[in-house]
Design a protein around this ligand. Structure first.
Ligand code: ZN
Length: 313
């Protein structure tokens, strides 16, 4: 029996100023800060996790605020847009909200027959809101400034630019469980478990772009859901069979991760659904305290002193 991923687990991007990032995702987008931690390889940088009311896998958009980095250079081998799902009929609410908040957005369009509002965050990250009636695992956030009927439901899809479609398509369909669902404007849409919101990736082959480069406003990696350790190991072996080089399993405390570059060099991760963000904090108080991995706890005073306060939450 071949293992397959079950949709998007989280997307991690690079932001500029941490306070601006926090103000935008909690204040304008109405998402819940479910974990305030640090980059484990660079503990003087935050790692901020925004999600639904419970940190449900598939709803989580995370950021490394690296304000000193140059802006991302869009190009091949990168995730170039993160579409987010909102309920049907929500886009007029969001347009009015963006007008009021001064958020730049593009004209509404239809993609694969879904109403889509492309926009950018304050540091240049390309996002879109997509109206979808698909059922999703999702918990409302009662302290959000956005009413539950319009709140973001999670990642709808991810959009990748590739130099060559073929090798990436082979990985997706041959080793990760995706099917090709359709093509529109040279965007190839793939889905797992039949597709639907949160279970899709869209790939465009582009020939007039240089390889992209990470920077502020760019996506760092896309993580795909796996049920548990066992399934993660099985998938990791399949990824190796595809000729790629997955890392060892890394314990991220709230989930376990394996990283690899897909053939076009977009960084992918496999991430387990559990244990979840309430492993080290009460569900009612997620994100209120700075959470450090045990080996960084002795350095807490120095680390906290170096991080800017995010504001009252
Ligand atoms: Zn990740």
């Amino acid at each position: 029996m071949t293992s397959m991923v079950h949709g998007i687990h989280h997307v991690t991007a690079i932001a500029g100023d941490a306070r601006e990032n926090w103000a935008f995702y909690t204040g304008v987008m109405g998402m819940r800060l479910v974990k305030k931690s640090v980059n484990q390889d660079d503990p003087h940088t935050y790692h901020l996790f925004y999600a639904d009311g419970a940190g449900t896998p598939g709803t989580d958009l995370t950021f490394f605020p690296w304000a000193q980095m140059a802006p991302t250079r869009l190009g091949t081998g990168l995730t170039v847009e993160v579409p987010l799902a909102v309920p049907e009929g929500s886009l007029p609410y969001w347009q009015a909200r963006f007008d009021r908040e001064g958020v730049a957005y593009e004209p509404m369009e239809r993609r694969f027959d879904e109403k889509t509002l492309p926009f950018t965050d304050p540091h240049g990250l390309r996002l879109a809101l997509v109206e979808s009636a698909d059922a999703r695992e999702w918990v409302s956030w009662e302290a959000s400034p956005v009413p539950p009927e319009h709140q973001v439901r999670g990642m709808h899809s991810v959009r990748l630019w590739e130099r060559r479609l073929g090798p990436t398509e082979t990985l997706l369909t041959g080793y990760m469980g995706f099917d090709h669902l359709g093509t529109e404007d040279n965007w190839h849409r793939y889905g797992v478990e039949g597709g639907g919101s949160g279970k899709m990736v869209e790939v465009q082959e582009v020939h007039d772009q240089a390889p992209g480069r990470w920077g502020t406003g760019g996506v760092h990696h896309v993580a795909w859901r796996v049920k548990d350790d066992e399934e993660e190991i099985e998938l990791s072996e399949q990824i190796q069979d595809a000729g790629l080089a997955p890392t060892q399993q890394i314990d991220r405390f709230w989930f376990k991760s394996v990283y690899f570059r897909e053939p076009g060099s977009v960084l992918f991760e496999l991430a387990t659904d559990g244990p979840g963000f309430d492993r080290d904090e009460d569900m009612s108080r997620l994100g209120e305290q700075l959470i450090l991995p045990p080996w960084l706890e002795p350095r807490r005073p120095e680390i906290e002193a170096a991080l800017p306060p995010l504001g009252t939450s």
